[in-house]
Design a protein around this ligand. Structure first.
Ligand code: ZN
Length: 393
């Protein structure tokens, strides 16, 4: 089995190399923005977004323009990769099932700068804790905290909160593992608890964002009082960025610990097939029509998104893939209203957010746990007979 994986390290460029990296990132950012402007113009004229190939050809055209001749100083592969990313962003945006955001212009210092070097074998070289990169960069050192295993296909250099990083994307050949456990578990995602497992255990809500929200608000307020683009403004902007990074780190750490633990203990993990981003969209769209109701819903959505359910599911899937286990996504209809004991489906079964009480057979339990039990049950049935719509809708 061939798997893809990334190894990320802190890069330690010399001052000269850092300056060159900043220039290369600037080129790439320019090409993204220029390409995006071109795409938007095409759309305005009722035309389609250019194909990846057409976008690529633009680079050659731009380099011939007098006012853009400085692009000749750029490393072309970086530019091509940026336009490839731009094209991918449009494809995701037009894919209705993904609810992805429209590609946006990149601002210096605001978005994370990154450039990708492809064909590693041909143009780059790895030697101990040094890596040779094209684009007039030469040999750069990095903090090699662990070995790189596998064949390096490409690498990405990025800049975040004042530091440079390099990530090597590798392909590894691994034997298909056999999951050490035979246990199966159902997972219910919630608000009061991040997740509840069908074995009765649960994880507290993450709310990493909430915890740092105050700090973020303070730093952002300070930023708004500074003169835009002044030295102090830039300093303050870096502070805001740092809080953002802290939130992301805190969240990732929590999600990784949780997904690793569950993936290690259970060969089959059944989850609800929730479309989180669709939920948040529908709330946004109705703000004017139903004032208060939607407000509550937005809060709920925000909470779901905070908790990174999407990211959590992504982690569960790839970790199960590595371990030889599986993730089964089951239809989410009525998982919280179905009685695990007699199968009766009713809204009345769930009078409060926290408690489940069946109006037919009096079965009582924690509502989130009931959800997890139903998800597991559906996972089993899905595997056994390939059924997907199991419940009357
Ligand atoms: Zn019942």
């Amino acid at each position: 089995m061939l798997i893809r994986k990334a190894y990320k390290y802190r890069l330690e460029p010399t001052a000269e190399q850092a300056a060159r990296l900043a220039v290369l990132c600037g080129h790439a950012r320019f090409v993204w923005n220029h390409g995006l402007r071109h795409c938007l113009e095409q759309l305005d004229q009722g035309k389609k977004i250019p194909s990846a190939f057409e976008l690529n050809k633009l680079i050659t055209q731009w380099k011939k323009q007098d006012d853009l001749s400085w692009l000749k100083e750029a490393y072309t592969d970086n530019l091509q990769q940026k336009l490839k990313d731009l094209h991918g962003a449009w494809v995701r945006y037009f894919d209705k099932s993904l609810a992805a955001e429209k590609p946006r212009f990149k601002k210096k210092g605001k978005n994370q700068d990154a450039i990708r070097f492809v064909n590693f074998n041909k143009y780059c070289q790895l030697d101990g804790k040094r890596v040779k990169l094209p684009g007039k960069l030469g040999w750069l050192t990095f903090r090699k905290s662990r070995q790189v295993h596998g064949i390096i296909k490409n690498c990405t250099v990025s800049h975040k909160s004042g530091h440079w990083y390099i990530a090597f994307q590798v392909e590894q050949e691994v034997t298909v593992p056999f999951h050490p456990s035979t246990s199966a578990v159902g997972v219910d995602a919630g608000i009061a608890r991040f997740i509840t497992l069908s074995d009765g255990s649960y994880l507290k809500p993450l709310n990493a964002f909430r915890k740092h929200e105050k700090r973020l608000a303070i730093e952002q307020r300070k930023l708004s009082r500074k003169v835009k683009f002044s030295a102090n403004w830039k300093k303050q902007q870096a502070k805001v960025q740092k809080v953002h990074t802290r939130i992301a780190n805190c969240r990732n750490d929590y999600l990784h610990k949780a997904s690793t633990k569950i993936s290690k203990n259970h060969a089959m993990i059944a989850i609800e097939d929730l479309r989180v981003s669709n939920m948040s969209k529908s709330a946004k769209g109705n703000v004017e029509q139903h004032g208060t109701n939607v407000k509550a819903k937005s809060g709920l959505n925000k909470s779901i998104l905070d908790q990174g359910w999407y990211e959590f599911r992504r982690q569960l899937e790839y970790k199960q893939h590595w371990q030889g286990g599986m993730v089964v996504a089951v239809p989410a209809h009525h998982t919280s209203q179905t009685c695990p004991s007699c199968g009766h489906v009713s809204k009345e079964n769930r009078r409060t957010q926290a408690r489940f009480k069946c109006i037919e057979c009096d079965y009582t339990n924690n509502a989130d746990l009931v959800g997890a039990l139903n998800v597991l049950e559906r996972g089993h049935r899905l595997l056994a007979c390939g059924e997907s719509a199991l419940v009357a809708q």
